[in-house]
Design a protein around this ligand. Structure first.
Ligand code: GLA
Length: 389
């Protein structure tokens, strides 16, 4: 699948610029096994890079202007690197502008380059195509101009670019896109940015994504509101327990004890955060021990919390999870990523995948009049240079 994408991207480059690309960069999307909305609350998360990628072809062009072509959008951006970098109405270009701005702010010296890119990461499905775009571009410019930026800093700069575009996101997406490893999940401590790899071995179960094929427009504003609510919750906790610095220092009882001092929403968000941080620890242990039933139960619990306490689900995602919960062949299911649409991540007994896919697709179409999209993902490597054999 990715070979065709790589071939198409480099051919397009050659035909447009009448030269071979100097480098080809592959930058993946991500899944997250568990640990949602806690990367920006100093929690742990358990994501992995996937085999759906953006492919970039690059070449220095010995000028101050850069030309970046989005093959799939049939659109291009030309930028003079000396001019001020401003937000534009064309959203896709803002991720590029955001990355270049971060490089300029960091004092990195680089010149003009030509770039084309094409993707097989579905956009708006919660698979972090924007993180793949930011990190792939940073990685490519870093390689082209030998800037010596460390991988973790590529992730942090990608995150800053995303903030500039307007989503006050945590570090999970960029970190997993850069640091992912084939067949491993990453356990990231979002407080210290320490990380470990754990085997992505789900025994008799397959990872399948069901894409609700909806993306509710509330996403950006609600996401940023959740961050503010969590900050408010943490401030109340700190005021009452001076030893608390972050949600990581905090127990469920402490949150319960200040319930009356919080608004209903602030309490619900804070309560979810504490429980989700704990669930990731339990889920990682369960994965290591091969207790996939325990992992699956924790995934269902996370969905419940995201739906009722964190309130980032929607009718379509709730229907998918509720339907799958009744199926013996499904051991775990939950909405994945920021919410308000996009995918659920599901663990389905091997051999039963087709039956579940067919049943759910028919019911989903019948209920919402929307086609369910289905992705069988594999866990792949983080952002890397493509080296033809
Ligand atoms: C989006 C953000 C991430 C993370 C998830 C929710 O994907 O970009 O930083 O907060 O939502 O877990």
């Amino acid at each position: 699948m990715n070979n065709a994408l790589i071939h198409k991207t480099s051919l397009f480059f050659k035909e447009t610029f009448h030269a071979e690309p100097e480098i080809i960069v592959l930058s993946p999307g991500r899944i997250n096994i568990i640990g949602e909305h806690i990367d920006y609350n100093d929690g742990f998360v358990l994501p992995a890079a996937i085999d759906k990628i953006i492919c970039f072809a690059f070449r220095k062009n010995e000028s101050n202007a850069s030309r970046i072509i989005a093959i799939d959008l049939e659109d291009e951006l030309e930028l003079d690197l000396q001019s001020p970098i401003l937000l534009s109405d064309k959203v896709w270009t803002n991720y590029i502008r955001g990355v270049l701005l971060q490089l300029k702010k960091g004092g990195f010296e680089f010149q003009g380059f030509d770039c084309v890119f094409s993707s097989n990461i579905p956009v708006g499905s919660g698979l972090s195509s924007s993180a793949a775009l930011e990190c792939g571009l940073l990685f490519g410019i870093n390689e082209l101009f030998k800037l010596n930026i460390k991988p973790v800093d590529i992730a942090l700069m990608g995150q800053k670019a995303e903030h500039w575009v307007g989503i006050n996101c945590g570090i999970m997406d960029q970190f997993s896109s850069v640091m992912g490893l084939e067949n491993k999940v990453l356990k990231i401590d979002c407080k210290t940015l320490e990380y470990e790899y754990h085997n992505a071995d789900f025994n008799d179960y397959s990872l399948v994504l069901f894409d609700s094929n909806v993306k509710h427009s509330l996403f950006t504003s609600e996401y940023n509101t959740r961050r503010d609510e969590c900050e408010e919750g943490l401030t109340i906790l700190k005021n009452n327990f001076p030893q608390i610095n972050s949600f990581r220092d905090c127990t469920e009882n402490q949150v319960l004890s200040v319930k009356d001092k919080m608004t209903t929403n602030v309490f619900k968000r804070s309560h979810f955060v504490i429980k989700e941080i704990n669930r990731v620890q339990l889920a990682c242990e369960a994965l290591d021990k091969g207790n996939i039933d325990v992992l699956g139960e924790l995934m269902f619990e996370t969905h419940g919390g995201l739906s009722t306490d964190y309130e980032v689900s929607c009718a379509e995602l709730d229907m998918i999870v509720a339907t799958l919960k009744k199926e013996e062949a499904v051991i775990g299911s939950r909405l994945m990523g920021g919410g308000f649409g996009g995918c659920t991540i599901n663990l389905i007994k091997k051999g039963q995948e087709e039956m579940i896919k067919n049943k759910l697709s028919a019911l989903y179409l019948d209920t919402f009049g929307i086609e369910l999209r289905i992705y069988d993902v594999k866990i792949g490597n983080g952002t890397s240079l493509y080296k033809p054999n």
